[in-house]
Design a protein around this ligand. Structure first.
Ligand code: NAD
Ligand code: GLY
Length: 365
């Protein structure tokens, strides 16, 4: 028998699209967590070839009361495409899955985003459950209903807002994650401190070593607090009419790095970390955030073993070209998430182009 321990439960309150997030150890393998959230008899677990040998058996065991099939995709950001997504539809059609099916996304953000989009679109929408297995997906991508795939010309450009029935963030799965992926997740954790929670940023300064050492209590606390920050923002603005864009701090720069370098070369969190440093630098040039606060940001990101400078291969012109594809561009104006202070952010097109150029050109590209 598998012992499971739920440390905490948060509710995402979105009216009829509300759902719980459970955070704990061993919970992904515990049938009792799923039952209430699966209404039909057919379940398909979507995962990838790295995660399957680690976690698929226990997941299927927990779901053995259902008519169950699995779909195993190749592993990597470069496979987050419409072509690979089609494999999920094919598996569903071959298995005669109906509109009362449930998809279970077992994996990191790539599997979660793709499975969510498959659920949003298969027969115009079936239910799905997120079982995030990376730190990044536990603190960010499994919550809030953004789903989709990349296009060669831009990251996450094809997608839908589609909320899951349930999120099961099992902290024990983080034990098999490599150090680089753990750091990538820490970038999104730091993001919450920067955009809305100065006290959490200070907590991260005090506890970064414990997080890197995978202290279970510190990780569980960071996941819960991050999910709380994200939940508050999503509840106020589910479809990103305004405030939700704050969750994209560093992402306009970061997506340019990911697309420009080729998907998978830089991890998402690495690109976001560098992007947050660039956003901080631009905010300082605009006269908002102090030099001292900027230094605190660079230092914490470096301590999380994340890059603070973009790749030299990307020229200023290429950066600007890639940033122009961003979803925050409105009426031809580039909008960025910038910082007033640590814990206080805004979305704005009111920055000086020469400051942006200086931010981009200071790295010798
Ligand atoms: P990922 O899904 O590629 O996972 C990282 C790597 O870790 C993969 O090789 C994966 O197979 C492996 N892995 C996963 N769980 C593991 C485990 N427990 N043990 C060992 N290996 C494991 O990357 P990610 O960082 O989880 O997610 C990044 C993706 O999420 C990007 O595509 C990004 O655009 C997306 N994202 C989406 C949102 C959203 O709101 N939907 C938010 C942030 C990021
Ligand atoms: N990760 C950005 C968002 O969920 O809006």
């Amino acid at each position: 028998m598998i012992l499971s321990k739920c440390e905490s439960k948060l509710d995402v309150d979105l009216g009829e699209r509300s759902y719980p997030i459970f955070i704990g150890e061993g919970i992904y393998a515990d049938a009792s967590y799923y039952r209430k959230y699966i209404s039909g008899s057919q379940v398909m677990v979507v995962t990838n070839e790295t995660i399957a040998p680690l976690y698929l058996d226990k997941t299927t065991e927990a779901l053995s009361d259902y008519e169950l099939k699995t779909c195993i995709l190749p592993d990597g950001e470069e496979f987050k495409t419409l072509e690979v997504l089609n494999r999920i539809y094919t598996a569903l059609l071959k298995g005669h899955f109906t509109r009362r099916s449930t998809l279970v996304a077992l994996g990191g953000g790539v599997i979660g985003d793709m499975t969510g989009f498959a659920a949003a679109t298969y027969q115009r929408g079936v239910e799905f459950i997120q079982v995030p297995t990376t730190l990044l997906s536990q603190v960010d991508s499994s919550v809030g209903g953004k789903t989709g795939v990349n296009h060669l010309l831009g990251k996450n450009m094809i997608g839908a807002f589609y909320q899951p029935q349930l999120v099961l963030a099992d902290t024990s799965t983080l034990n098999t994650l490599d150090d680089r992926q753990l750091s990538s997740g820490l970038a999104e954790v730091i993001k919450y401190g920067l955009i809305v929670d100065a006290e959490f940023f200070s907590w991260l300064e005090e506890n970064m070593d414990a997080l890197l050492a995978r202290d279970p209590g510190s990780l569980a606390y960071a996941i819960e607090r991050s999910c709380r920050c994200k939940t508050d923002v999503v509840e106020a603005d589910e479809k990103e009419a305004g405030q939700r864009a704050l969750l994209n701090l560093g992402h306009t720069f970061g997506h340019a790095i990911e697309t420009g370098m080729g998907y998978g070369e830089w991890l998402h969190g690495e690109a976001v970390a560098t992007g947050m440093c660039m956003a901080a630098d631009l905010s300082r040039r605009e006269g908002w955030i102090s030099e001292q606060s900027c230094d605190r940001i660079y230092r914490l990101i470096e301590r999380a073993k994340l890059p603070i400078e973009p790749p030299v291969e990307l020229s200023v012109d290429r950066f600007l070209e890639l940033m122009a594809v961003d979803k925050k561009v409105l009426d031809g104006r580039l909008r960025l998430v910038l910082l007033k202070e640590i814990g206080s952010s805004l979305v704005t097109d009111d920055f000086k182009m020469h400051n942006l150029n200086e931010t981009l050109s200071q790295y010798g590209s």
